[in-house]
Design a protein around this ligand. Structure first.
Ligand SMILES: NC(=O)c1ccc[n+]([C@@H]2O[C@H](COP(=O)([O-])OP(=O)(O)OC[C@H]3O[C@@H](n4cnc5c(N)ncnc54)[C@H](O)[C@@H]3O)[C@@H](O)[C@H]2O)c1
Length: 250
């Protein structure tokens, strides 16, 4: 129960990596806000977590809207009494070749995957400094924050920005006792990958174990990053990619 009494917000907590992070952070004793666009899913997760003996509340948010993220942070303090961190994890992908990457498609992914991370860090940091609390921010980047992929100009740009925001944020916030770190998942077995089984096999084959990574394998690293045992990891984005980034993929 290393995180007992800690209040942490999870964005994208209704599904995939965020849902598994909710389970694992609750197992370490953290009180949670499950924030998601999908309120029905967030409420289901909050109910499941509450049954494990920690506090958990659902909140409907569009993380691409600054004012909504500010309200999310206020809601967390109202319900949990304090704030010790945020897992900026909600995200989407919109795959198109570069010549079809019209401004609307580009901006949508930048707003949901990149601006949201700034909003989460900014409003959580302002609140924590005002409260005088210390803690950790974890941001979900991607292997595609490091490596270019066809059809992913928008996603590449957003996730590379997230990698740098973890570094820059760590530098800015260290004097306030806030650590900022990231995870860079490989191909994770979540709904974001869609239902095309041939495509999923092709993605899984790019890992050293030749299979998709289960979301709990990312979330266990996320949960660790929130603990004191990880206090010397600061500003780095940790690949959780079963070797994807260490070799040339076809
Ligand atoms: N699955 C992968 O292969 C993979 C790989 C690398 C990075 N990631 C990243 O991991 C993160 C989590 O994705 P996942 O794989 O768990 O996918 P997922 O689709 O299972 O979960 C994403 C969650 O984010 C929520 N969401 C989407 N847009 C939102 C918005 N505007 N406001 C609030 N909530 C919103 C969705 O409702 C959903 O519950 C994303 O940032 C994604 O880019 C995933």
């Amino acid at each position: 129960m290393e995180l007992k009494g800690q209040a942490i917000i999870i964005t994208g907590g209704a599904s995939g990596i965020g849902y598994q992070a909710a389970l694992q952070l609750a197992a370490k004793g953290a009180d949670l806000i499950i924030a998601d666009f999908n309120m029905e899913g967030a409420e289901k997760v909050a109910k499941e977590i509450t049954a494990k003996g920690v506090k958990a509340f659902a909140f409907k948010v569009d993380v691409s809207k600054a004012a909504e993220v500010e309200k999310l942070v206020d809601f967390a303090v109202e319900k949990l009494g304090t704030l010790n961190g945020i897992f900026n994890n909600a995200g989407i992908g919109l795959v198109k070749s570069f010549l079809e990457m019209d401004p609307a498609t580009y901006h949508k992914v930048i707003e949901v995957d990149q601006h949201s991370v700034y909003y989460g860090m900014y409003y959580a940091a302002k609140k924590m400094v005002a409260l005088g609390t210390k803690g950790t921010f974890v941001n979900t980047a991607s292997i595609y924050g490091f490596q270019a992929a066809l059809g992913s100009f928008n996603y590449n740009a957003a996730k590379a920005a997230v990698v740098m925001m973890s570094k820059s944020g760590a530098l800015e916030l260290a004097p306030h006792g806030i650590r900022v770190v990231g995870v860079a998942p490989g191909f994770i077995n979540t709904p974001i990958l869609g239902n095309d089984s041939a495509m999923k096999k092709m993605l899984g084959d790019q890992h050293l174990h030749k299979q998709l990574i289960e979301p709990a394998k990312v979330s266990s690293v996320v949960a660790f990053l929130f603990t004191d045992a990880a206090s010397a990891i600061n500003g780095s984005t940790i690949p959780v990619d079963d070797g994807f980034l260490i070799h040339k993929n076809s």
